[in-house]
Design a protein around this ligand. Structure first.
Ligand code: ATP
Ligand code: MG
Length: 600
């Protein structure tokens, strides 16, 4: 125990107890599992369309018809007021057929863009699946987006249809219609707003979708045809539109099994908003493809509400994000005690580096560790994970999924002949790269051909993240290439410094940046949000600086600490370090379309 912080040393490895393990024993050997894996074999899990090809919605829903899954609850929706609505796989198949027929009746063509802008309502899931059946390209947006981010994305992608609620339409979209001449149809869940002229193309769900036929045959779908257009989180700059194809569903099926441990009888809850790729790939597609019951919760984060959902719905697999975990940690493990959470079996996290402290807190609060995993909007699915079938290394993203080859690489300068060099030595820091191709790899950045091309070198996709790989093949996140701090010859990853600060009992969250310095290049500055009961002040500042120096050494520890009520975050919950830095240096703040919390 460290007498100053009361923190014990964090375990380097968490072995699985038999209660946590449901995977087949033959998967416990990671190297052997990967060596034996073939995408072509995995393809056998999917059905393929009767008309030919592969369609995400068919694999997610229609494939289960005529099997015992048809009657199983596919989506259990819980409204803000606690009301329930269950949709079985059979009902979801018919409802999405109606939506696909409604698009047909509007003469919406395959390949045209259908935007979805609403909170987590059952109609959102129906619309996404129906639009995929009609072979339209789907873009879900955060319902909390303001008019400007909606307009720029809809303009960029030439949105043809928008599905939203009457309230969101009136508040955010109506005023944009002149800017969006290509937006021909707006389908509102409920009644169209009064006085809406017919020419505006606004129609009510009840009148348009409900009467449509519940029979729909999905036409042949080329696995290479576009299915989803997802905008990135905008953490490092202007969001990019990553384009994904129907064939990606194979990766959703495989990663749902290996990384999220989904089994037939699971009750699964992904807390991500569908406006973020996690909320689509793992909030809609993967759980349905794996045939489990998904809990969909309309309400936003609130620890007590969440614990109540876990208890009441008997959730077994829970996929969430570091920002939510840190908020729960802020309230303490004692807050979990009153709930019976024995149904939980598997916890996973994505979106940001998960501090080792948080992995271990899972054990304290839920009796289960969090499984961190890494991927990006661009990769379409989980690429690296603390897999179900292996011990967890807290602070590590885990090992590559079967079918995925990851490496640490260094970009060579033009003077060195260009290209990249794969670094095989363990523990070297470099850029995280993935060997192409894999089924859910993006097929382009919308209207940014050159930027897309630059992501690929010599058969590798370069992620823009820095990491290192240890001797056992676990990957450790160091930082975004843009965020890494160079100080007196050291390369400092913000994550390492943030994790050390979070170990201190007063710290709820930390964001770390480099500030230009004439002597050492950059010095480390930390922004810290405190847990309830702690007051910012000079004494605490000194204590935190001392704590960080002890943990990290003087060369890496921050030189300066500033307190903030909150850190600026994207809507997907990522700390926007570039904004902290721009403000610190008095530079332009850049694209803030995805900025969520920003209490200084
Ligand atoms: P933008 O590309 O617009 O700047 P973004 O990269 O945050 O935004 P996403 O695609 O949502 O958009 O996020 C992917 C990134 O999130 C990864 O490149 C990585 O930096 C970070 N990330 C995701 N999961 C993890 C993880 N488990 N550990 C560390 N970092 C993670
Ligand atoms: Mg990115």
């Amino acid at each position: 125990m460290d007498p100053e912080t009361n923190a014990g040393p964090l375990p380097a490895c968490i072995e699985k107890s038999p209660a946590m393990l449901r995977v087949a024993p033959n998967l416990l050997d990671h190297a052997a599992t990967c060596a034996a894996f073939r995408w072509d074999d995995a393809r056998q899990q999917l059905a393929g369309l009767p008309a030919g090809g592969l369609n995400i919605a068919h694999e997610a829903v229609d494939r289960h018809l005529g099997t015992p899954r048809e009657a199983r609850t596919a989506i259990r929706w819980i409204s803000k007021t606690g009301a329930h609505r269950d949709l079985s796989y059979g009902e979801l198949a018919r409802a999405s057929n109606r939506f696909a027929n409604a698009l047909r009746s509007l003469d919406v063509q395959a390949g045209e863009r259908v935007f979805v802008l609403m909170g987590r309502l059952p109609e959102l899931y129906i619309a996404v699946l129906g639009a995929l059946k009609a072979r339209c390209v789907v873009t879900p947006l955060f319902s909390a987006f303001g008019p400007e981010p909606i307009a720029t994305r809809a303009e960029m992608a030439d949105a043809r249809v928008l599905v939203t609620t009457p309230e969101l339409y009136q508040r955010k979209v109506r005023g944009l219609r002149e800017r969006l001449p290509g937006l021909k149809h707006v389908i509102v869940v409920g009644e169209p707003p009064a006085g809406e002229p017919e020419a505006s193309g606004v129609q009510g769900w009840q009148a348009l979708v409900e009467p449509a036929s519940e029979a729909f045959a999905i036409e042949a779908t080329d696995p290479e045809s576009l299915a989803l257009l997802h905008f990135t989180s905008g953490t490092t700059g202007r969001p990019k539109g990553a384009m994904h194809v129907h064939g990606a569903v194979l990766a959703h099926a495989v990663t749902g099994r290996y990384a999220l441990d989904l089994h037939d009888d699971d009750i699964y809850w992904c807390t991500a908003d569908p406006g973020w790729v996690t909320g689509t790939s793992y909030g809609i597609i993967a759980p349905l493809v794996c045939g489990v019951t998904s809990v969909v919760v309309e309400a936003e984060f609130d620890a007590q509400t969440w614990y109540a959902v876990l208890e009441r719905e008997r959730v077994s697999v829970w996929y969430t994000a570091p920002t939510a975990i840190r908020m729960m940690m802020k309230l303490g493990a004692a807050a979990v005690r009153g709930y019976d959470l024995r149904s939980l079996r598997f916890l996973a996290s994505v979106g940001e580096p998960l501090n080792p402290e948080a992995v271990v807190w899972g054990l304290e609060a839920f009796g289960l560790p969090f499984h961190d995993n890494w991927w990006q909007t661009e990769t379409g699915g989980i690429m690296i994970a603390n897999l179900a079938a292996m011990p967890i290394r807290p602070g590590s993203m885990g090992r590559p999924l079967p079918g995925i080859t990851a490496a640490i690489v260094r970009r060579r300068s033009p003077a060195e002949g260009g290209g990249i060099e794969v670094i095989n030595a363990p523990d070297a820091t470099g850029e995280l790269a993935l060997r192409t191709p894999w089924p859910s790899m993006m097929r382009g950045y919308l209207h940014e051909e050159e930027r897309y091309r630059q992501c690929f070198v010599n058969g590798w996709y370069l992620s823009g993240d820095l990491a290192r790989r240890d001797a056992d093949g676990y990957f450790w996140f160091v930082g975004r290439c843009d965020d890494v701090i160079k100080s007196a010859g050291h390369l400092i990853g913000p994550f390492e410094v943030e994790s050390a600060l979070i170990e201190h009992p007063a710290v709820a969250e930390a964001g770390v940046i480099g500030i230009p310095d004439p002597t050492v290049g950059e010095v480390v500055k930390a922004y810290v949000a405190l847990k309830p009961g702690f007051e910012p002040g000079e004494a605490l500042q000194r204590e935190l600086l001392g704590h960080a120096r002890k943990r990290l050494g003087a060369a890496v520890a921050p030189k300066e600490i500033a307190f903030r009520a909150n850190l600026p975050k994207t809507r997907s919950g990522k700390i926007m370090r570039r904004l902290l830095k721009a403000r610190e240096l008095g530079l332009p703040e850049g694209d803030l379309s995805t900025l969520e919390s920003d209490e200084r």
